[in-house]
Write a protein that binds this ligand. Structure first.
Ligand code: C5P
Length: 404
């Protein structure tokens, strides 16, 4: 997602500096060109050589070590970076950036950088809650920089508190969002978007259930992309183990009926509802309150199933201002089946995918979807990652709605 983006990684001296080798690798894996600037104290925790080898670029550690007479290196670096990340950001560098101080290579280069910074503070909890640090962080936010909230967890001091560097994937997500958002009209700004994701879980007894192969990845990608388009996104998910997308509110449910209740609570003030969840068509009729034991007399166990409500059709029946987007996993007659689903459920769009194809549907990272509207427009997309498919789905839907 960061192909050919120039990312400047500014490392200052905290124990989390050692994680920056991995952050550089993750950014490079996303296609970014990475160049590193380190404060002198950061070099006490990780060597410039490590970052030079990983990034294949020289690492700046000293303002006056000018290796290229044809330009001033910190000014050149500041202008080269499309995106600048300060991680880990110490209380010291936060204070310097907030107050325009430039007295070593990191702060001097950042003063010459003219775009908003991404700052990931990481420090001891007492330093973080010091009024001076809080004041400086507030100043940075006022100036339009993005502060990634530190995690609460096990600190180097040996106790649990707020101040840990967030998971590196969260930092990468913020960088990707910054890059992708540059090219997106904020067509969902001020709009509430409800997305459902994952297969519903229908309990047989407290330890057993019926579900399906849905990974939730498509729903999560749609929620993430909707947030990038500026939406106020509420994700209703059955997947507790998946990392919540940055900036998205997540509500966890299990069964189809819980999902229905959760969606309906959000429905009145929602502008878009995306039913990406694979809702079980049936649930267990007589769910056991205790674990079912083997009978011991070799007789069969029979589980009776009863039909679940069709959530999408229910929403369609009482639709007012909302745009309803459903999914259709098909193995044949993709378009005809999707069209009839639009009618039957009073949906506005159906995203159809042929689940019999290798790179499409359940449990894979890619999808090949066809987007079908209630006015019978058909947009066929090639196979792509679920995140790219999600961006294309929103682009198609939002541009069509914008035209009408
Ligand atoms: O009818 P079918 O299951 O193929 O429809 C798929 C679409 O309907 C999906 O968007 C799915 O989330 C939604 N659905 C629902 N409630 C059900 C079954 C499916 O909302 N009980």
């Amino acid at each position: 997602m960061l192909t050919d983006q120039n990312v400047g990684l500014f490392i200052t001296g905290g124990i989390a500096s050692y994680k920056m080798a991995e952050l550089a690798r993750l950014l490079i894996k996303q296609g970014a060109n990475v160049r590193v600037v380190m404060s002198r104290s950061a070099t006490e925790f990780i060597t410039p050589m490590t970052l030079q080898i990983l990034t294949k670029n020289e690492v700046l550690t000293d303002t006056f070590e000018e290796r290229h007479p044809e330009f001033v290196q910190h000014v050149e670096m500041a202008q080269w970076a499309d995106i600048a990340i300060v991680a880990p950001a110490t209380a010291n560098v936060i204070g310097k950036i907030a107050n325009g101080i430039a007295d070593e290579i990191v702060s001097t280069t950042l003063l010459a950088h003219d775009k908003p910074l991404i700052i990931a503070p990481a420090m001891n909890d007492r330093m973080l809650s010091n009024p001076a640090t809080k004041r400086n962080l507030a100043l940075l936010e006022e100036d339009g920089h993005t502060i990634i909230e530190p995690d609460t967890g096990f600190l180097a001091e040996g106790y649990e508190a707020r101040g840990r560097l967030p998971e590196l994937t969260r930092i990468v997500d913020v960088v990707i969002k910054r890059h992708v958002q540059k090219g997106l009209r904020q067509l969902l700004h001020g709009k509430k978007v409800v997305v459902t994701a994952g297969g519903t879980v229908e309990r047989i007894d407290p330890v057993r259930y019926i579900s399906n192969d849905s990974s939730g990845k498509m729903g999560y990608a749609l929620a993430r992309a909707a947030e990038w388009y500026g939406g106020d996104v509420h994700l209703i998910s059955t997947k507790k183990s998946m990392v919540a997308p940055e900036g998205v509110t997540v509500e966890y449910v299990e069964s189809a009926r819980e999902m229905q209740e959760a969606v309906e609570r959000q429905y009145d003030d929602a502008q878009f509802v995306v039913m990406a969840a694979a809702v079980s068509d049936y649930r267990v009729k007589n769910k056991a309150d205790q674990k079912i034991k083997k009978s011991g007399d070799s007789s069969d166990l029979v589980i009776d199933l009863e039909e679940n409500p069709d959530i999408l059709a229910g929403l369609g029946a009482k639709k007012k201002h909302q745009t309803l987007i459903g999914f259709a996993a098909e193995t044949e007659n993709l378009i005809e089946n999707a069209m009839s689903k639009i009618k039957r459920k009073n949906a506005d769009w159906i995203i159809a995918n042929d689940v019999s194809k290798d790179g499409s549907g359940f449990n894979v990272d890619t999808n090949e979807v066809t987007i079908i509207s209630s006015d019978k427009s058909v947009y066929q997309l090639p196979e792509m990652t679920k995140l790219d498919a999600a961006l294309s789905i929103w682009q198609t839907v939002l541009e069509a709605e914008d035209r009408s």
